[in-house]
Design a protein around this ligand. Structure first.
Ligand code: CS2
Length: 485
């Protein structure tokens, strides 16, 4: 019996005995996709039919497959509202493959004729691109490997290109590549890196993908903290059935998708509330800057101040005022709201979402991979504000908090478990510098994150240095308090 499994609880079973045929392969089967895209797809099939069963692919680890296989890939999304929770079981997954174990099986699945869409949630770093420029990082170890061994890829990009090549040589249509990660113009980014990679293999392949492929941009939104062992125990006690891998999510959800699919083949997304639009950019900017921008700001500053979750952080009045000021004075003034959307309503709804005490979203979880997140979440707004002479002091403080965070020591002198592809390099840079000023200068030299024009802007650098010094001497909470005075 597995740890935490209450005695006599039978394993979860599939709610639907008849499986739809597989129409979608999803790369990066994390909690977010299982609580967001997969739920929409299940509902779209219930409403309008279609063969849109999903095979999930874990690129590296077998955990999801091992947890889900004994329950025939059924699982429970649990909605955590401020007033209680609702759970239901879904059976949209037809299987889970582990790419590291068997890349050929993944390529075969992606090349099946029934497959029309390959979607991705591989996180920002999964695109092996340079966050500040959007270009493929050709010296990334996975890219170097995949170019040398195209039949046995390790990266999402390697899989996409090789599977498209298999389809092309088999005379099949390409699949639509549906990026569901928090990147601005995410369809364009993935198209760019795919074409660059394909061009290094064959010009013919690159031209075919460019002419026949489709890479709609999307905006995805739902807060989905990592599932904790106690979530599993509580759910088992409540339902009497053991699900080894439920996903916990907030009630809110939004999915905005550019309606450009290969041969128009897609589930009936419009029937279940997905917004199908011509241009996703205003939605993406609004979400990345208002939500993810403040999420990251609250994560670094909140973590330094000793707050465990986002709801704990915004329950602290100093942080609540700070967050609202970020929206009102630094983030929304430069945004073009999507048609019919009020930014004031959007941000006040966001604040209510952050305050939901049932969502235990750890500041540490959001703080992960900051080097990949800062450019699109915070630095874009800072760059525009500098050009327009708007304030940057709150966002510069957030960047300084990230600099403190990657230094690896918290305000009590304890080590921080920094998770970031650049963690070692960032720590070395920070450790080698003595003063606050030198640390800021050293970290600003990382060009993958800070373009030269921004790193050399005197208003930005002096705001950073001042903020960093204050964080180091007075701590995060006091610094924010003084900022508001
Ligand atoms: C968060 C996001 O972990 C993070 O970096 O900011 O996962 C956030 O919860 C989602 O984008 C909400 O849609």
């Amino acid at each position: 019996m597995e740890a935490g499994l209450p005695a006599n609880s039978p394993r979860l079973t599939r709610p639907n005995s008849k499986r739809p045929e597989t129409g979608i392969i999803h790369l990066g089967l994390g909690a977010f996709y299982r609580a967001h895209g997969a739920v929409y797809i299940e509902e779209a099939m219930q409403k309008s039919g279609g063969d849109w069963g999903i095979i999930g692919v874990s690129l590296m680890r077998p955990d999801q497959r091992d947890a889900l296989a004994p329950q025939d890939f059924a699982y429970t999304p649990v909605e955590l509202g401020p007033e209680g929770e609702t759970a239901r079981v879904i059976g949209v997954l037809n299987g889970v493959l582990v790419a590291r174990e068997n890349p050929a099986a993944v390529l075969d699945a992606m090349s099946a004729e029934s497959v029309k869409i390959v979607s991705l949630t591989v996180t920002e770093k999964g695109y092996c691109h340079e966050p500040s420029s959007g270009k493929l990082n050709q010296s990334h170890p996975d890219i170097v490997h995949d170019l040398a061994n195209p039949e046995k890829p390790t990266s999402a990009i390697g899989f996409l290109v090789q599977a498209l090549e298999k389809r092309r040589t088999a005379g099949l249509r390409p699949f639509t590549v549906l990026c569901c990660d928090n990147l601005p113009e995410n369809g364009k980014v993935v198209r760019g890196v795919v074409l660059e990679f394909a061009g290094l293999i064959s010009a013919e392949l690159r031209d075919w993908i460019a002419a026949e492929g489709a890479f709609p941009s999307t905006m995805v939104d739902r807060i989905v903290p990592a599932t904790k062992p106690e979530d599993i125990t509580t759910l088992t006690a409540k339902t009497g059935t053991y699900d080894a891998s439920p996903v916990m999510h907030e009630p809110f959800r939004q999915w905005v998708v550019e309606d450009v699919f290969v041969d128009g083949a897609r589930p009936d997304l419009g029937a279940v509330g997905v917004q199908l639009v011509e241009n996703v950019t205003p939605f993406e900017h609004m979400k990345l800057r208002c939500l993810n921008g403040t999420h990251s700001s609250l994560a670094y500053l909140g973590y330094l101040a000793g707050h465990e979750t986002i709801s704990d952080t915004v329950a602290d009045p100093v942080f609540a005022t700070f967050c609202k000021a970020l929206w009102n004075t630094e983030i929304t003034p430069g945004l073009h709201a999507p048609k019919g959307v009020s930014l004031a309503d959007y941000t006040s709804a966001l604040f209510a979402r952050y305050s939901n005490p049932a969502i235990r979203h750890r500041t540490w979880q959001i703080a992960m991979d900051g080097s990949q997140k800062l450019p699109q979440r915070i630095l874009g707004t800072i760059t525009e504000n500098l050009a327009a002479n708007r304030s940057i002091k709150g966002l510069a403080l957030a960047v300084a908090a990230w600099m403190r965070y990657v230094g690896g020591v918290d305000e009590k002198g304890e080590a921080i478990d920094v998770r970031d592809p650049l963690a070692a390099r960032l720590k070395t840079l920070s450790d080698a510098a003595a003063s606050s000023k030198e640390k800021v200068t050293a970290l600003l030299s990382v060009r993958e994150i800070f373009p030269a024009t921004l790193a050399e802007n005197p208003t930005f650098t002096s705001a950073l240095m001042e903020s960093y010094e204050s964080l180091a001497t007075k701590g995060a909470r006091k610094t924010i308090e003084e900022l508001q005075a």
